[in-house]
Design a protein around this ligand. Structure first.
Ligand SMILES: *[C@@H]1O[C@H](CO)[C@@H](O)[C@H](O)[C@H]1NC(C)=O
Ligand SMILES: [Zn+2]
Length: 389
């Protein structure tokens, strides 16, 4: 029997654009109790052996390997079949690593986004949810379930849960004669970043390969717009991120009081939520994918389990960070909290209708599951052939 860790950690952060927070008339809209009660848990789809969201990520996925390619294909397949209205992009780069003997290793960031219909691409501020999907090279066979397969699956679940409500909202706005592109320039975006882990040991150049490349690429693309919002970083950032943090804490609190949470409730996840933003001591010292974005003035809320609270679980960066060591109640609960936060941020109260949604999703998911089964069979056949050789 393996003791399941009753906590949760992952390289997992939410990047919040400062631009969003400063939009005139912008209002974060709290979900009603009814809506919170109706949010689906992803129980089956987080099954570590058969779940359509999580199980395909629970394998080694070191950049440049076959497992890595398969996981990338899983993401693409998920968006193609379950969220076909999302725009998918891959941002590629290569780099040598301390162990690649001068060879360039490919890194592929997976980007999926959805904007209000008709909105010019440069005018949309996007709530951005980020996790890395690569796995660490060592120890051999390392799965990285908390780091960060589970956060990827949590984000996928949250996006699929709110997708139909985005449609409903934008359609309703058009019917009422409001141009969604004028009234509502909030889009939403997820980044599954590559090459977060070090190949040898963590240094500024042996880590965050994908994040560094994407931040550099996006800053040169959007430089004039970004420069408008360059403000004294530390003060404003703490003010606004603390606000987002408190919104997440409130969602957690309400979901707990509605009896929707299954994880142990002795310790809440957001210990600083009652504090005034001035009294929060910013915790530095965690190197993760947010850093290259933070350095360029992006507003970041980095969610990570950190001492003096629970700290990283003992399985972190060991062979035991696998599916069997996930505390599924906690993973599912995070799915709910992130879904609620995203729905509130996108102001979806009144548009969440899950009766309707379950039908169409079941159809597309069983299709995508069939596709995956076929792929697995094909792969099994190929592997068999290889061992016979
Ligand atoms: C980026 O890499 C992926 C995976 O290797 C490849 O399929 C894709 O064509 C590449 N995209 C570009 C723009 O080079
Ligand atoms: Zn890690």
């Amino acid at each position: 029997m393996s003791p399941a860790y009753r906590g949760f950690v992952g390289h997992f952060f939410l990047a919040l654009s400062l631009f969003l927070l400063l939009l005139p008339g912008y209002a974060y809209e709290i979900l009603s109790d009814d809506s919170l009660n109706s949010l689906p848990r992803a129980s089956e789809d987080y099954d570590i052996h058969t779940g359509s969201l999580l199980s395909p990520i629970l394998r080694t996925r070191v950049p440049g390997t076959e497992g890595h390619e398969a996981v990338l294909e899983h993401f693409a397949n998920f968006f193609r079949t379950t969220l076909p209205k999302w725009n998918i992009e891959l941002q590629n780069s290569t780099s040598t690593t301390p162990i690649s003997k001068g060879k360039e290793v490919p890194f592929v960031n997976f980007i999926a986004s959805r904007d209000p219909p008709g909105a010019p691409v440069g005018d949309v501020g996007r709530l951005t949810l980020v996790a890395h999907y690569d796995s660490k090279l060592t120890p051999t066979g390392f799965i990285g379930a908390i780091d960060s397969a589970a956060p990827c699956a949590i984000i996928m679940h949250a996006m699929r849960t709110i997708d139909a409500a985005l449609d409903a909202k934008w359609t309703a706005m058009r019917t009422e004669g409001l141009d969604p592109s004028l009234e509502d320039e909030h889009g939403i975006q997820i980044l599954f970043l590559d090459g977060e882990e070090a190949f040898d040991h963590w240094t500024d150049t042996d880590s965050l390969y994908g994040a560094r490349s994407l931040a550099a690429s996006w800053s040169s693309e959007f430089y004039p717009a970004m420069s408008t919002y360059k403000t004294p970083l530390s003060s404003i950032e703490l003010f606004t991120t603390h606000w987002a943090y408190q919104s997440l804490a409130a969602a957690e609190e309400r979901l707990r009081s509605l009896g929707r949470m299954k994880s142990a409730s002795d310790q809440h996840w957001f210990p600083d939520s009652k504090k005034n933003s001035h009294d929060v001591i910013p915790l530095g010292g965690i190197s993760d994918d947010h850093l290259p974005f933070l350095a360029r003035g992006v507003e970041i809320l980095h969610l990570i389990d950190f001492t003096p609270f629970k700290g990283f679980p003992p399985v972190w960066h060991t062979i035991e960070d696998d599916g069997e060591h996930l505390d599924m109640a906690t993973v599912e609960d995070w799915g709910l909290v992130i879904t609620a936060f995203a729905a509130e941020w996108m102001e979806l109260e009144g548009y969440l209708d899950f009766e309707q949604q379950t039908k169409s999703q079941t159809e597309s998911q069983s299709k995508s599951r069939r596709d995956e089964e076929l792929e697995f069979e094909a792969e099994a056949i190929r592997l068999n052939k290889k061992t016979e050789l």
